[in-house]
Each structure stands twice: as C-alpha cells, then as structure tokens.
Design a protein around this ligand. Structure first.
Ligand code: SF4
Ligand code: SF4
Length: 204
C-alpha cells in the first residue's frame, strides 16, 4: 500500500487558484483505505471547492488511480471530464502520474506521498520498503533494514542502539532489535551470521 496524507485544504485551493472547471479523480484502493481519496473524501473535496467558489464539473473513482486503462475509460465513468480544464487527483504520486499521462490538461494532486507501507490489525505500517530493486527481506526475517534503519545498515545494529531503541530516534525500536526478536521466534538466528554486501544503489 502506498501511504499518503492529505494536504491541508487551503494548500489544495492555492494550487488551484488559477484554475476552474475542475474534475476530481479519486482512488478506490490505497487512498480510499487511508481516507485520502475514497468516495467520502472526493465528495467532501467537491463540496469544499464549490463552497470556495470553484466550479467542479464532476468526479470519478477508478479502482486505482495508478491503474487507469485509458482516457476513454475515464469518460465511461463520467463524461463530464470532457468539460474539465484541469484534473485534481486524490491518490499518490503514481496515480497523479498515470492520470497525467492520459489527459491533456493540467493535473494536480491533493495528497503527499509518504512511503510504501501497509495496514494490518487496524494499524498503519509506514516505511516498510524503499523499493530497492533487489529484494532480500527474507534474510532479515521479513523486516527490511534498508527501509527501516535510518542508516540503512545491513549488518546491524550500530553502536548507538540502547535498550532496543534507535539512536536516531529514541522513540522508535532499533530495527535490528526487531530483526533479532523475529529471527529468534522463527528459529532462524543462524541468519545473523550472514554478512551482507552493501546495497547496490546502481541497480535503480
Ligand atoms: S529488500 Fe527491502 S527495500 Fe528492497 S524490495 Fe525488499 S523490502 Fe523493499
Ligand atoms: S540504532 Fe538500530 S535502527 Fe537505529 S541507526 Fe542504529 S542500527 Fe539502525
């Protein structure tokens, strides 16, 4: 899941200060789950823009803003997009980019894209993966130090960890403490004896 947060409405309004005849595209997957671009948020955005004097010509909620088949498929959802002078996408950067590829109009985004994370047992899990291009997460028990150690240490912990907390942010667990506990739980402490080569940044 792509983790997004909604920009303050005033910021969105400022983005659209020279625009009118706005068409809104939501996202019914990640953004809907995070309440940054599902139907209730799209309707709320439409109402607030209208209340601020903006003309909103319509909206559409594709299954995923990052997976829209074609411009015609947006027209199928709501032909009012033909009357639009700009599009506001309530998804992640990938959704904004996908829609921008399909429409010959200025495209804006109402969200900030924060990280690749997840949601489980009601808990939002952020920064689970940094899309390194060479996944080896199973060597760390399913907890990625490339994403979750501020120093990206693949052979941790560093000397700054104290009582299982990270020296960069004492509020957070040291990811290497989490990895140790996880490997112990699954009976794979042997993996800690592996020495991992530095991450290959050139692959991305
Ligand atoms: S190793 Fe970590 S950063 Fe790389 S793809 Fe796997 S989870 Fe993502
Ligand atoms: S304390 Fe742990 S998580 Fe923090 S920088 Fe050091 S190894 Fe990484």
């Amino acid at each position: 899941m792509i983790i997004t947060s909604a920009k303050p409405f005033e910021e969105v309004l400022a983005l659209l200060k020279d625009e009118d005849d706005i068409f809104i595209v939501g996202c019914n997957v990640c953004a809907a789950k995070l309440k940054t671009g599902g139907e209730p948020e799209v309707l709320c955005m439409e109402a607030r823009l209208k209340a601020s004097g903006k003309r909103v010509v319509g909206w559409a909620l594709p299954t995923a803003a990052c997976s829209v088949r074609s411009y015609e498929s947006l027209v199928e959802k709501n032909a009012a997009i033909k009357n639009a002078h700009c599009v506001l996408v309530m998804g992640c950067g990938s959704g904004i980019s996908t829609v921008a590829k399909l429409v010959n109009l200025p495209v804006y985004g109402s969200n900030n894209t924060l990280s690749l994370g997840g949601k489980s047992e009601g808990q939002l899990l952020s920064e689970l993966c940094v899309l390194c291009g060479t996944c080896t997460i199973w060597e760390f028990g399913g907890i990625c130090p490339k994403a979750r150690c501020p120093k990206g240490l693949l052979n941790g912990p560093c000397g700054g960890a104290v009582d299982g907390k990270c020296e960069v942010d004492r509020e957070k667990d040291c990811v290497w403490a989490l990895i140790y506990n996880r490997l112990k739980k699954i009976g794979r402490l042997d993996l800690l004896y592996e020495v991992h080569p530095p991450r290959e940044y050139a692959l991305k």
